[in-house]
Design a protein around this ligand. Structure first.
Ligand code: GDP
Ligand code: MG
Length: 305
């Protein structure tokens, strides 16, 4: 079932770019033109220029060392190479309780929706969750999270519109300890008057949580909108320069033709992709799987599809 989701979610990207990579390999001898086209298509697919050039070099090396002359023989090498590029060592153990998870990202990237969908996952695994509406910048943001809370039957800690997000986080951490929940998920603002203001606010939120709960925040996750492609990578870099990020969640993979952005995330930020968003419903956030991702991009069909 989830494999079908992957294929559907990546259909736009496959049609726009990656599918063409697969057909290149299907018909051509490894002429200089083949390599040029492969390079151009990979760059268009949002793999990123640097990574594309490095991968092409590697593939050429494999071609020479293994005496490969036809595209179809090289295709499985490309698949392995793409998959291997997506693996980043990551310690999944989060033994403390309550675990404090902060979601950051630019406005509209999908943070609030992701908090709701992550909460759903925690509930599904039998855990108790509390939400904090620390995007006090817009009244609508609090209401949006409130709706998720009602939908899932979870309590929300919030402040008045325009109130200090740090105070909301402080109250939420105290409430998380008092209620004995397993996880506190904190929604944040993605827009302030200036980038500097936003970053110092996020730093403050992190600091405040650590005052109430030991070692908090335990995870700071960046939510990236897949439709923004390389632009999203630039944003991600800006966040990672100020805040220690633990991983990335790629939202809106289903509405993007630039789903190849996952490769740039890993190679340029060296952060693991933990989840991807494939729709707006609670069940539409699923753990990232490099193999399913690559196979769906390259239109590789196995019997399970
Ligand atoms: N199709 C689709 N839409 C999404 C996904 N994640 C978020 N959205 C939509 O993107 C818009 C912005 O999301 P929101 O969570 O409000 O972003 P925020 O400003 O970062 O909190 C909303 O309309 C969401 O429903 C996703 O994975 N797929
Ligand atoms: Mg929001």
């Amino acid at each position: 079932m989830e494999k079908r989701n992957w294929r559907e979610a990546l259909s736009k990207t496959r049609i726009a770019t990656f599918g063409r990579i697969a057909s290149l390999f299907g018909v051509t001898d490894l002429t200089p033109q083949f390599w040029d086209e492969l390079e151009a298509t990979m760059i268009q697919a949002d793999i990123g220029v640097d990574l594309t050039l490095r991968m092409i070099e590697e593939l050429r090396g494999i071609t020479r060392s293994d005496g490969i002359t036809h595209g179809d023989e090289l295709f499985s090498q490309l698949r392995s190479l793409l998959i291997s590029r997506l693996h980043v060592p990551y310690d999944e153990d989060l033994p403390t309780r309550p675990i404090v998870i902060i979601l950051v990202g630019v406005n509209g990237s999908g943070k609030t929706t992701t908090v709701g969908r992550l909460a759903y996952r925690w509930l599904q695994s039998g855990k108790q969750v509390l939400l904090a509406a620390a995007d006090t910048y817009r009244a609508a943001a609090v209401e949006q999270l409130q709706l998720w809370g009602e939908r899932l039957g979870i309590e929300i800690i919030k402040g008045l519109p325009g109130s200090d997000p740090g105070a909301v986080v402080y109250n939420a951490c105290e409430a998380a300890v008092a209620r004995g929940v397993d996880a506190l998920l904190i929604d944040t603002s993605g827009r302030m008057h200036t980038h500097h203001n936003l970053m110092s606010e996020l730093e403050k939120i992190c600091r405040v949580s650590g005052k109430v709960i030991k070692d908090a925040p335990h995870q700071v996750l960046l939510v990236l909108d897949a439709t923004t492609g390389q632009n999203g990578i630039a944003q991600a870099r800006a966040f990672s320069e100020t805040i220690k990020l633990d991983g990335v969640i790629i939202a809106k993979l289903d509405s993007s033709a630039r789903g190849g952005v996952g490769f740039a995330v890993v190679s340029e930020l060296n952060l693991p992709i933990l989840y991807v968003g494939m729709g707006e419903n609670p069940q539409d956030l699923i753990p990232f799987e490099p193999e399913a991702y690559v196979d769906s991009l390259l239109a590789i069909t196995t019997e399970e599809f």
